[in-house]
Design a protein around this ligand. Structure first.
Ligand SMILES: O=c1[nH]cnc2c(O)cc(-c3ccc(F)cc3)cc12
Ligand SMILES: [Mg+2]
Length: 215
């Protein structure tokens, strides 16, 4: 029995999912976390909303804040067109190690790069260190206390342009009230609220989409 929850999830996927099949990896993580042990992946219900927003955005460069085990990185990467990239930031090295293996098993490693460290350090280095000019889509799913600061950082670093899409998880539970207040009132975003439920639970939660209108 693997010591950590995240390692048990990875083990289950390796033993039961189809290698190289991202949908199978996503389905098996959902199966494990709904039947055996809860974990904080965006999950299948909110995941369908994430899929829809990714499809309508059709992004070339994706930034994800909060990799965890790689569930949403796998979910997003499976929808990306050839030549597009997903950069995902994870500050917990043990989670990053699990996510690397999960992403490799799913066969999406050519599209996904895991950046280990904190968002406040990595975001300002994206242009210089990772050759990023602009990001088309940002999935915000790390710590709700960092959502607003990191959104402002993306603006200040000129990493988002007119039309860039931010999609934030957990705006109801655990909740990101200051983020909602900021994107809805600062005048630079067109916002859409997607009510849903907390992953593997009947508690209410929601995603907020904020489309940047330009500086
Ligand atoms: O910390 C989190 N980061 C990203 N996503 C999360 C997420 O989807 C759910 C939760 C969470 C939900 C219920 C609970 F009782 C305790 C934590 C945390 C995070
Ligand atoms: Mg979340």
């Amino acid at each position: 029995m693997a010591q950590r929850l995240e390692e048990r999830i990875l083990e289950y996927v390796k033993q039961h999912a189809a290698e190289g099949d991202p949908q199978s990896v996503v389905d098996h993580i959902d199966k494990y976390c709904s039947q055996k042990e809860w974990a904080m992946h965006v999950g299948d219900e909110k995941g369908l909303i994430l899929d829809q927003v990714v499809k309508e955005t059709n992004p070339t460069i994706v930034l994800e804040l909060g990799t965890y085990c790689g569930y949403s990185a796998t979910r997003i990467a499976r929808l990306l067109k050839p030549g597009s990239r997903l950069l995902t930031v994870e500050m917990n090295p043990e989670n990053a190690a699990v996510a690397k293996q999960m992403i490799q098993f799913a066969g999406v490693q050519d599209k996904v790069e895991i950046l280990e460290g904190s968002t406040e350090v990595i975001i300002p280095s994206l242009k210089t260190k990772y050759g990023v000019d602009r990001v088309d889509f940002v999935f915000i799913d790390h710590f709700s206390e960092r959502y607003t600061a990191d959104t402002k950082l993306l603006e200040e670093c000129q990493l988002i342009k007119k039309g860039s899409v931010l999609l934030a998880d957990n705006v109801v539970f655990p909740g990101a009230p200051d983020f909602l207040e900021y994107v809805r009132t600062c005048g630079r975003y067109d916002c859409t609220y997607y009510p849903s439920h907390l992953e593997y639970s009947d508690k209410l939660d929601a995603l907020e989409k904020a489309v940047f209108k330009g500086p």
